[in-house]
Write a protein that binds this ligand. Sequence first.
Ligand SMILES: [Zn+2]
Length: 287
Amino acid sequence: MKSLPIPTDETGNQYAAGDVFDLCISSISDADLVQRLEAIRPDIVNAANLYNIAGNAANLYATPRSDQVGNVTGKELKSIYSERLSKIKHPARRIYDKILAAPKLGRCPLCDNGSVGTLDHYLPKSAHTVLSVTPNNLVPSCWPCQMEKRADTAATQDQQTLHPYFDSFFESETWLCARVIQTTPPTFEYYINPPAHWPPLYGQRLEAHMEAFNLKFHYGNNAANELSGIRHELKKLYDGHGASAVTAHLLEAAISWEKAFTNSWTGAMYRGASQSQWFCNGNFYLI
Ligand SMILES: [Zn+2]
């Protein structure tokens, strides 16, 4: 997981929800629809302002659902996103592309595993039509994460997934861990171990996030694949220099990953491997 700055335009200013809405509806030819949409502009702006307040207070789960707003149907509101903001060649698409390009190295901020390919509505537009084109509700995502989450919404504060724009706490300390399971070949089990001084809510939200995107499963698969690629070098190291050399090698790899990324599945894997005496004693290859 990675935090991201609040989306900004080309000049570095945060997007104003009203301006984004104006651009989205600027090329609609249906005069009646334009009139009805313009009439609800204050509702769009107000919802975006309340969204920011709730995001900063970790209370987005309590956001009231919306369908029809004023005289604009939910279907019409959702199409402002699908037929305008995300539509290739529409003038508003540059906002979509700017938000999409925000993550460094093109990595999905929700899983820190896949490549960004789409925008995900943190509060789904199916249940929150008024937020369909609210920039701060649009999070860069990989396709698998979007599929895992679908239109799920949290019913309570502790069930909320992490929001890359509002929840930077999860990057401040290490909480993602992995342990070696003594199988043949070895496997890795991921778990969270939040700092003791963190409020319980943080740990609960980390668990909710891992669950929503099935990350323990995905990270476990990644680790199994990674092990396949390093098995030969570990065996060579063990045969030549023994278990302590394997431990030192794994620890250096863990430190290297941890310096680059907080709470990466790779850093957790290497640290977990370095801490397993059983693993370092040569039990890392297929028998
Ligand atoms: Zn992802």
